[in-house]
Design a protein around this ligand. Structure first.
Ligand code: IPD
Ligand code: CA
Ligand code: CA
Ligand code: CA
Length: 269
């Protein structure tokens, strides 16, 4: 991506994400219409939809030739990652948004010919912005995030992990391996916003994040951020991520990545 365009895209994305966040904060106590999508616990609100529409309009007005790939369907039908694609989750952590009115984020990843160039994750209620331009450093507000070079053993690591993957009937991963992993780790956390979990890995307050079902908009920004500070982001079986479909994801410090995948994750089927 041309450096001038990259800087411009970053500046617009930053201005828009802050504006969208401000709007969500100003309406956080307004009555909410809550609908369900794929199941009774898969929530969506008018704020998810309005926020994605806000980005759709800004992007189309400013860059008519760019594509938008967003969770709520106000963007384009994407079949490949040719050209410039904005991959957006307008509210990541909708359940937290509804139940807690905090711990949710807006996530924007901008890809050029399949490469993640710009990533922003905005923790709306805390007014904290994680931002990255590939190859130019990752930031938490104005503070540059240091490299994740420290080698921390698994037994001293904290991993973001949802308890769903420990239920024997879960369709994705053998629970025995997950149990062994939990016993080995120092501890686990589950924040309910994939984007924030990536941001916390990049910040070094989590040592890794392992999950079995993410969509591209959940990790489009987070994967750029974590890689920028030297972390590794792949599918849970260490294969390349598929940026168009649901996937498993393992994002972590470099020294524990292979160990987690090879010794503890046995995917079903
Ligand atoms: C969800 C959150 C959650 C993750 C789910 C996602 P949404 O996104 O990131 O942490 O476990 O897989 O779908 O629906 O709140 O944008
Ligand atoms: Ca959702
Ligand atoms: Ca999401
Ligand atoms: Ca969402």
């Amino acid at each position: 991506m041309d450096q001038h365009i990259k800087n411009e895209v970053f500046d617009y994305a930053k201005a828009w994400i802050l504006e969208a966040g401000e709007r969500i904060r100003s309406k956080i106590d307004s009555p909410r219409s809550i609908e369900t999508k794929s199941n009774a616990n898969d929530l969506v609100t008018e704020m998810d939809q309005e926020t994605e529409q806000f980005f759709a309009k800004k992007i189309k007005d400013t860059y008519p030739q760019h594509y938008l790939f967003g969770e709520e369907g106000f963007g384009d039908e994407i079949e490949d990652l040719g050209g410039t694609v904005w991959i957006i989750d307008p509210i990541d952590g909708t359940m937290n948004f509804v139940h807690q009115k905090r711990n949710f984020a807006i996530s924007i990843g901008v890809y050029f010919e399949g490469i993640g160039e710009v990533g922003l994750i905005y923790n709306v209620m805390e007014d904290v912005l994680y931002a990255v331009k590939r190859g130019e450093g990752a930031y938490k507000n104005d503070q540059r995030l240091p490299d994740l070079s420290e080698k921390r053993p698994l037994k001293e690591s904290i991993l973001a992990l949802n308890t769903s993957w420990l239920i024997p009937e879960n369709p994705h991963v053998e629970h025995n391996g997950m149990e062994e992993l939990v016993k080995t780790l120092r501890s686990t956390r589950s924040y309910g916003s994939a984007a924030l979990e990536f941001a916390f890995v990049a910040e070094g307050v989590l040592d890794g994040y392992l999950t079995m079902t993410l969509m591209p908009w959940d990790y489009a920004a987070g994967s750029i951020l974590v890689r920028e500070v030297g972390g590794i982001v792949t599918r849970a079986d260490q294969e390349e991520l598929d940026l168009l479909n649901s996937t498993t994801v393992l994002a972590s410090r470099a020294n524990i990545h292979k160990e987690i995948s090879e010794n503890y994750v046995q995917l079903k089927k």
